[in-house]
Design a protein around this ligand. Structure first.
Ligand SMILES: Cc1cc2nc3c(=O)[nH]c(=O)nc-3n(C[C@H](O)[C@H](O)[C@H](O)COP(=O)(O)OP(=O)(O)OC[C@H]3O[C@@H](n4cnc5c(N)ncnc54)[C@H](O)[C@@H]3O)c2cc1C
Length: 296
């Protein structure tokens, strides 16, 4: 039986495994796709403390080497069910069943994408899903934001001081962000709104050069797609309490509604989803899981 099973080998899950292993716990980490999670798709990270520049893949590989060196077991298996039998938890994957004293869910989230040609190919070459992560790469340039909710508007306010001009492309006839944010964005001069519209095409060979919106071609170096996130929590909804958006409801202690099941990273209810906050959650969840094991 494992002490701790971590589900998801992103920044949160691997940090949780790191702290758990260093506390001499027997740890298994289960990952459905590739190590690193979302950050493994980013060519450049410039805001993780201690690193001037690091690629997402190098960051993920370093963290992975660190946990394997500490004796963490790793399996490339998708978790399809978890069960709480009070004295132990059962984790079922597509291939195996594992027993553990505790579980840390760190399954992250996925950005809703536009679902049009060239989007995937141009990620990191003009297409981004995170202004805090990539905004600085577009200093003095023209960019577009797709979306009109809180995230899009907050991001536009932040970006307006960095870039030359922002086009906000919104499907509806108005912004749907909170009134206070709309008041703020209305005072910003370098934003042009394109309502009742969607991005039809992303144009560019090696990097993004322009977008097509209806019959208009707009030259931009970047497009930020901010049309929502999809938390990867479907598997747990039968026993774990989710908020109305599907995120796992947990307090700052990263405890879920079930004793001995913890949550870390982008899959939990919170305001800021970044590498630093994912690592922070991983730390907190691991320490609390260790304390729980020591108390039973
Ligand atoms: C393109 C891009 C660039 C970014 N750049 C930055 C940046 O520069 N700086 C910054 O701070 N943040 C950045 N972010 C945000 C940052 O990557 C995330 O906030 C952080 O990686 C979240 O980590 P996580 O471990 O919570 O989740 P994730 O990274 O989403 O990892 C979750 C993992 O769980 C796995 N998983 C899900 N369900 C299951 C299951 N059922 N069974 C097994 N495994 C499962 C997933 O495959 C995934 O590997 C960026 C995000 C993207 C997409």
């Amino acid at each position: 039986m494992y002490d701790i099973i971590v589900i998801g080998a992103g920044a949160a899950g691997m940090t949780a495994a790191l702290y758990s292993a260093r506390a001499n716990k027997k740890v298994l980490i289960l990952e459905q796709e590739t190590i690193g999670g979302q950050i493994a798709t980013s060519p450049l990270v410039e805001n993780y403390p201690g690193f001037m520049k690091i690629s997402g893949v190098e960051f993920s590989n370093n963290l992975f080497d660190q946990i394997i060196e500490l004796g963490v077991d790793f399996e490339l298996e998708k978790v399809i069910n978890i069960e709480d039998l009070k004295d132990k938890k059962i984790v079922t994957t597509e291939y195996n069943t594992y027993e553990s004293k505790t579980i840390i869910i760190a399954t992250g989230s996925k950005h809703r994408s536009l679902g049009i040609d060239n989007e995937e190919r141009l990620i990191g070459k003009g297409i981004s899903y995170c202004v805090l992560c990539d905004g600085a790469f577009f200093k003095g340039k023209d960019v577009a934001i797709v979306g009109g909710g809180n995230t899009a508007v907050v991001s536009a306010i932040y970006l307006s001081e960095i870039v030359n001009k922002i086009y906000i492309v919104q499907m509806l006839d108005k912004l749907t962000a909170e009134e206070k944010l709309i008041e703020k964005i209305n005072n910003i001069k370098n934003i042009e709104y394109i309502f009742n519209s969607k991005v039809d095409k992303l144009n560019g060979d090696t990097s993004l050069e322009s977008i097509t919106v209806g019959n208009r071609t707009i030259n931009v170096d970047g497009v930020f797609v901010l049309i929502g996130l999809i938390p990867q929590n479907e598997t747990f909804k039968n026993i774990i309490k989710l908020d109305k958006y599907g995120y796992i409801d947990a307090d700052e202690e990263c405890k879920t509604n079930i004793d001995g099941i913890f949550v870390a990273g982008d899959c939990r209810t919170k305001n800021i989803r970044q590498l630093t906050t994912a690592s922070s959650d991983g730390t907190i969840a691991a320490i609390n899981a260790c304390n729980y094991i020591d108390s039973i």
